[in-house]
Design a protein around this ligand. Sequence first.
Ligand code: SF4
Length: 64
Amino acid sequence: MRVSVDKDVCACTGTCALIAPEVFAIENHSELVVLDPEPVDDTLRDLVVEAAEQCPTGAIEITE
Ligand code: SF4
């Protein structure tokens, strides 16, 4: 799976970084980064899906 974040849509709430810190992080207090190089390890799939579902702005896109 691959994951990307639309930075124009992301509100930097940090929700995804709390759910899946192996993949997402907030840097410099205001910039969301995807840490894990693509493709994301399948063992993290459930966490990434949950992060996308919980993202309040729908900024996370998952593709297979
Ligand atoms: S949960 Fe969504 S809005 Fe919040 S930091 Fe992550 S991508 Fe951005």
